[in-house]
Ligand binder design. Structure first.
Ligand SMILES: C[S@@+](CC[C@H](N)C(=O)[O-])C[C@H]1O[C@@H](n2cnc3c(N)ncnc32)[C@H](O)[C@@H]1O
Length: 263
């Protein structure tokens, strides 16, 4: 099948990690779960599909160097990985997840986090992941960060939505749609994630800066003029709500992992 459209993060690589912060202890715990589910102690390979800046691949490579492979369409995103891990610990390949440059059955495990909403033919990605996993024993882990969104980002999106400025996702509409699709062929389980919850103190000024730089992919199709209006109204909302420019928000997040196995 001919691959469809997708949204590369090439232009926001420098800002990405500022908007997606997971505490180191939580990342270590996520890496431990990924390794356990994919039995990495047995020496198999693990693919981080849409590896981005290596948030998950880097801590995983700490314990399992030479077993971790990352792919992304954006070289600038992958270039950030060198700040988090020693050279050579993660094998990187620029590739489209709809057409992976790997042989069948090459991986013991694979990870997809915040990817499928960006790719038009997202079921094709799942077909490719299934192809490159070891038949029957290979496991796909789907991860998603929930909560943790600033009231300012919510305000901006709500305004954009009421003005019909937010297009539907290019790819999957959300995790329920992906799980429903998988339920026809795979066994899906939600992992216990009590320990994968955290709080973060975020200055409102930093959130406004991220909004002004359009760091969030849903904002990319909004015209410059409309974006400037939305931003001005969000700044005024921030002033009314928080009063002080050095105000902070406490954001509660959790990370949910699903295992997907094709019998
Ligand atoms: C929201 S980021 C998530 C990155 C990483 N998984 C994480 O959670 O930090 C989405 C990533 O998917 C990449 N991407 C988008 N379309 C892609 C495609 N067709 N093939 C490979 N990577 C793609 C983007 O360049 C970006 O780095």
């Amino acid at each position: 099948m001919t691959p469809g459209r997708y949204q590369s993060f090439e232009s926001v690589a420098g800002d990405y990690d500022l908007t997606r912060v997971i505490p180191d202890a939580t990342l270590t715990e996520i890496a431990r779960i990924l390794a356990r589910e994919a039995h990495l102690e047995a020496g198999g390979l693990f693919l981080d599909g849409g590896v981005g800046t290596g948030r998950f691949a880097a801590p995983l490579a700490q314990a399992y160097p030479a077993q971790i492979v990352g792919t992304d369409i954006s070289p600038a995103m992958m270039a950030r990985i060198s700040r988090k891990t020693a050279p050579g610990r993660i094998a990187l390949a620029q590739a489209d997840l709809q057409r992976l440059p790997f042989t069948d059955g090459a991986f013991a495990g694979a990870l997809l986090v915040h990817i499928l909403h960006l790719i038009e033919l997202w079921p094709l990605v799942l077909t490719e992941i299934r192809r490159v996993l070891i038949p029957k024993t290979g496991v796909l882990l789907l991860g998603i960060e929930m909560g943790g969104r600033s009231a300012l980002v919510d305000f901006y999106y709500e305004l954009a939505r009421t003005r019909a400025l937010l297009p539907p996702s290019l790819g999957a509409a959300g995790i329920p749609q992906v799980l429903a699709h998988l339920s026809h062929t795979a066994q899906v389980e939600t992992l216990e994630t009590l320990r994968l919850a955290w709080r973060r103190v975020v200055p409102t000024a930093r959130t406004l800066e991220a909004l002004s730089r359009r760091t969030y992919s849903q904002m990319w199709s909004i015209s410059d003029a409309a974006h400037q209006e939305l931003l001005a109204e969000t700044q005024s909302f921030a002033h009314r709500t928080f009063r002080r420019s050095e105000a902070v928000e406490v954001l509660k997040s959790r990370f949910v992992l699903y295992t997907v196995r094709w019998p």
